[in-house]
Design a protein around this ligand. Structure first.
Ligand code: MG
Length: 338
């Protein structure tokens, strides 16, 4: 049977990682001299530029529905791009976007979406310096797809790498887990989303600046597709360590737990769009959590720690005192979540 692309290949879990690994093999030149790229597969690639690195990232947005509680595809595209720069320690500078839209799409909706994108970029002082618009015939595309490219600058001594975790480090998250994923999942299932639950879609630049100001940040990642489970596994693998998470410390909203139970999904696999997972020096962990809480991230908290691990794994100490392995998610999870 001919092998074809499945929705699981786009879900951000194991299948995505395996597909990317295969495709990446086709490209002989994987980074610029002295920089990083396809070999490292971090949130942004780095291109050396004197005292700085130019951080570069690209992303596509296919979220369904395109308007959801707490945001829309335009806000998501801008924040997602900014966040992949910010977690590397970079200051986002500029973005480019390409919009592919279906014939018959309401112009008013298009302008709403672009307005949301514009508002995020303006607040974050990020320039939109280029882009493209294409239209496909009715039925050839589901409404709209937005692709972005983000550019940022980071001083060489301020860089934060996915591979930087060390045994003894403490894992912090700046807010609740899985809000965005739960909202999209509920919308797709036709469940009316409770007004108290909105997507966490927001830039993490402020959270990163707060943490970097305190110092001792060894690694950072935005737990988007594949959720916290994927992000932690990725950090563990790239750093060659294991991570132990404490279930009782995980900040998860009651509504998110309820939707997850209803639809049989693990909240750890649900995408966040305004969260950052930080691996920090134990000495400064309390100070970073305090600083985050003081500056508006009231649910910021320690969720675990980094431990030695010859085989990198993510473990969870459960509420009842057992320990289980948190695997990289697989299958469709929630399709078209971002
Ligand atoms: Mg990322």
């Amino acid at each position: 049977m001919e092998k074809t692309v499945t929705l699981a290949h786009g879900a951000g879990g194991l299948e995505t990682a395996l597909l990317v690994k295969e495709l990446v093999k086709l490209f002989a030149i994987k980074n610029t001299p002295g920089g990083t790229g396809l070999r490292e597969l971090e949130d942004s690639a780095l291109i050396p530029l004197g005292e700085y690195y130019l951080a570069v990232t690209a992303d596509s947005y296919t979220v369904n529905p395109i308007f959801f509680p707490g945001g829309d595809i335009g806000k998501l595209a801008a924040t997602g791009t900014i966040n992949d720069l910010a977690v590397m320690g970079a200051e986002p500078l500029a973005m480019l976007d390409t919009v592919v839209v279906e014939e018959g799409f309401p112009l008013e909706d298009l302008s709403k979406i672009m307005n949301s994108m514009a508002r995020v970029l303006e607040e974050e002082k990020v320039a939109l310096v280029g882009g493209d618009v294409k239209v496909m015939p009715k039925g050839a595309l589901d409404k709209i797809v937005i692709t972005t490219m983000g550019l940022g600058l980071v001083e060489k001594n301020r860089i934060v790498r996915n591979s930087g975790l060390k045994p003894g480090d403490v894992i912090i998250i700046n807010g609740t887990v899985g809000d965005h994923g739960a909202v999209i999942m509920a919308c797709q299932a036709g469940i009316e989303v409770e007004t108290s639950l909105v997507s966490d879609c927001a830039p993490v630049t402020k959270a990163m600046r707060i943490a970097l100001e305190v110092g001792g940040v060894h690694a950072a990642k935005d737990p988007t597709r594949g959720g916290l489970a994927m992000a932690l596994n990725d950090l563990a693998k790239k750093s060659g360590v294991s991570i132990l998470v404490h279930e009782e410390k995980l900040p998860i909203r009651e509504e998110v737990i309820a939707y997850c139970e209803m639809l049989g999904v693990d909240p750890l696999t649900l995408a966040c769009e305004g969260r950052v997972v930080l691996g920090v020096d134990r000495e400064v962990a309390a100070e970073i959590v305090e600083a985050l809480r003081e500056k508006g991230y009231r649910e910021a908290t320690v969720i675990g720690e980094v431990i030695e691990g010859r085989v990198p794994r993510v473990y969870m100490r459960t509420k009842i005192g057992g320990t289980r392995i948190v695997e990289e998610p697989r299958g469709e999870i929630v399709p078209r979540i971002c």
